[in-house]
Design a protein. Structure first.
Length: 523
RNA sequence: GCGGGUAUAGCUUAGUGGUAAAGCUCCAGCCUUCCAAGCUGGCUACGUGGGUUCGAUUCCCACUACCCGCUCCA
């Protein structure tokens, strides 16, 4: 993984955000090649899912989100569970799920070790249930204070405790039921980014509160009616969206995999309740096919059929599509059958939100019935897929050069349709003006159709390797045959050497055929 | 959030209580007729902030970021 992170920086795929200021936790910037790669992914997704389908339309919603939207969706309130940490075992517990306990609390104010002169002043407490020996409290407290010992050779048993007081409590949730250890104060984790609307808004004015959306999906649900009314479209149909979302991840990790700002590619495919389960399976297949097309083979993907109890309560079926990243098998996309939960919530609300009160019903003219549509949601992580593309493409090859010396060739084997640069145009040498001029000519011929890179510096072999390292699938070399000046090879006039990245094979191709050849490969 | 590790040039590393070395890359020039050739020259670094010290990149503390293992992930 470190090699990949290093290559990404070295070649301009991905940089740490605000690196010159020390970096911004969990944020990343795409450099020139990363930006091309990501565009290629998004454009291909959009083309396949929106432009080439009659039953899906696009949407590009605002990132700033009305607080009522996220109350109705359950993101405000419902998912900001207060958590406590056990001071002893460091286990994290949900405050609302701690079983209340009664008993005697033994408070301590610190501990010391006479021989070494070590001491610590920190409050700690242990809850003893009726019938438990006081020695248990002491043992637990010694274990707690032992973690502050500077000399790990000292046995916890030798620690002197400073007893403070005892206290009787009933139905307390301040202690870990597992070991009686004191817990930290409950802290709430609201994973959404909150902001104030209006330049002069008071920070404390609750009406000014807005959120950066934590998922693109809610925009789609909220605009469901408008899309339906403006597009002469019939169920089943989908609304697709690509866009940024934001979550205050507790622990961003694994390069760009878990970022606080990330891009999603989502479809909400609306249907009747009878079709939900079948469409979920169909979408799973559809999505697997997509990954194959962008160069992520089926055998590197794992399908997790999320079991009962682990799915969201409203979901009747959820598949996670996972990829074998170098740091583990991790989710790329979720395909979830969310029933009519979302539209219903935005229509009627629920216990903690009033909803919009606007009808989300669909009228089926044939069956002459009104109902709230169900929805199947294939939701893909764009940045995660980019990372998967890079991980999958990365390869090191040991090759023996002309001098019999072994060397390593680093090559990114991107599918041509994903590759940031499609073709490099290289004059064989740069000190022959005719070659350079011809190369420039070929470059301008191809530029309107694809991302072309021109390079005339250094030896030809080095230039090939540079292109390998950034995954350019084809190199075109303009040589003396191209000019028709080679004796006995006049028929090679206006042909070039086409060198393929993976095999390093070279073939002759007419300049006139170049465009169509390449377009077919990268489409 | 916890524990462990790391932080020196674009990259990979060396090194020192008296401001630092190398390889590769990159740039310029010369040369070069198909897989990282050669020659010459050049740019660029001790993560941030404190402390100790005459002096800190080096020792100490804090912070930040990244990596690994837990934890978490609507």
């Amino acid at each position: 993984m470190e090699k990949i992170v290093s290559l990404c920086k070295r070649k301009g795929f991905i940089f740490q955000s605000a690196e010159i200021y020390g970096g911004l936790n969990g944020c990343w910037d795409y450099g020139p090649l990363g930006a091309e790669l990501k565009r290629n992914l998004k454009e291909y997704w959009w083309r396949k899912n929106v432009q080439e389908r009659e039953d899906i339309v696009g949407l590009d919603g605002s990132i700033l989100t009305h607080q009522e939207v996220l109350k109705a969706s359950g993101h405000v309130g419902g998912f900001s569970d207060p958590m406590c940490d056990c001071l002893l075992s460091k286990a994290r517990l949900r405050a609302d799920q701690i079983e209340p306990q009664s008993g005697t609390v033994h408070w301590y104010s610190g501990a010391s070790h006479e021989e070494s002169g070590w001491s610590v002043e920190k409050n700690f407490a242990v809850l003893l249930q009726e019938g438990q020996d006081e020695n248990k409290a002491k043992k637990t407290a010694r274990q707690y204070y032992a973690q502050f010992l500077t000399d790990k050779q000292i046995s916890p048993k030798k620690i002197e405790l400073t007893a403070d007081r005892t206290e009787e409590v009933t139905d307390s949730t301040d202690f870990n039921p597992e070991n009686g250890s004191l817990l930290t104060e409950p802290r709430s984790f609201n994973l959404m980014f909150k902001t104030q609307m209006g330049a002069s808004a008071d920070e404390n004015d609750p009406k000014a509160t807005a959120y950066l959306r934590p998922e693109t999906a809610q925009t789609i649900f909220v605009q469901f009616k408008n899309v339906l009314d403006s597009n002469r479209i019939k169920l089943p149909f989908g609304i697709a969206q690509i866009g940024k979302s934001f979550r205050n991840e507790i622990n961003p990790r694994n390069f760009t995999f878990r970022s606080r700002e990330f891009e999603q590619m989502e479809i909400e495919f609306f249907c009747s309740g009878e079709d939900g389960l079948r469409l979920t399976d169909e979408w799973l297949e559809e999505r697997l096919k997509f990954y194959e097309e962008i160069g992520i083979p089926r055998d590197k993907l794992h399908i997790l059929d999320v079991p009962d109890g682990e799915r969201a309560h409203y979901s009747k079926k959820t598949y996670d599509i996972e990829y074998e990243f170098p740091f583990g098998i991790q989710e790329l996309e979720g395909v979830a059958y969310r029933t009519d939960h979302d539209l219903k919530a935005h229509q009627d609300g629920h216990d903690d939100a009033k909803g919009s009160g606007k009808s989300m019903e669909y009228f089926d003219a044939e069956a002459k019935e009104k109902f709230i549509p169900h929805v199947v949601e294939p939701s893909a992580g764009c940045d995660r897929t980019v990372l998967a593309l890079i991980c999958e493409a990365y390869d090191e090859e040991t090759i023996t050069n002309d001098k019999g010396k072994e060397e390593t060739r680093v090559v990114l084997r991107f599918a041509p349709r994903m590759a940031p640069t499609k073709v490099a145009i290289l004059p064989l040498v740069k000190n022959k003006p005719e070659l350079v001029a011809k190369a420039r000519e070929v470059q301008s011929m191809l530029t309107p159709f694809m991302n072309v890179f021109y390079d005339e510096t250094a030896a030809i072999g080095r230039r090939y390797r540079r292109q390998d390292e950034v995954g350019t699938p084809y190199c075109v070399t303009i040589d003396f045959e191209t000019l028709g000046e080679e004796e006995g090879k006049e028929d090679l006039k206006d042909t070039v050497t086409l060198r393929e990245r993976d095999s390093m094979k070279q073939e002759r191709i007419a300049i006139a055929d170049l465009r169509n050849f390449l377009l077919e490969k990268i489409h």
